[in-house]
Design a protein around this ligand. Structure first.
Ligand SMILES: [Zn+2]
Length: 93
């Protein structure tokens, strides 16, 4: 894992911790920082960060707290507080 990837992983950890303790603005800033790092270095975001962050508002999504999660016909649908939906095939990753 590269230094950049390690930094992104660290930011993902910080975002999750902040979101879990209710610091959603702080969590959003970590998500934005991780996204910028990934873009600048042309690297992919870790899958967990892709999945647990909102494409529209950059919120870190905590199921049951900042996001609603439903399972529907083979898909997991995650709904952010801002109204954005994300769908994932059930059971992947
Ligand atoms: Zn959102």
């Amino acid at each position: 894992m590269s230094v950049v990837e390690e930094r992104i992983e660290r930011l993902a950890d910080l975002a999750r911790e902040a979101a879990r303790s209710g610091e959603s603005d702080l969590a959003r800033r970590y998500v934005q920082r991780a996204r910028r790092l990934a873009e600048r270095n042309r690297t992919d975001l870790p899958r967990r960060l892709k999945r647990f962050s909102c494409d529209r508002c950059d919120a870190y999504l905590v199921p049951g707290r900042t996001a609603r999660v439903r399972t529907r016909s083979g898909h997991v649908v995650v709904t952010c507080d801002c109204g954005e939906h994300a769908r994932y095939p059930y059971g992947s990753g």
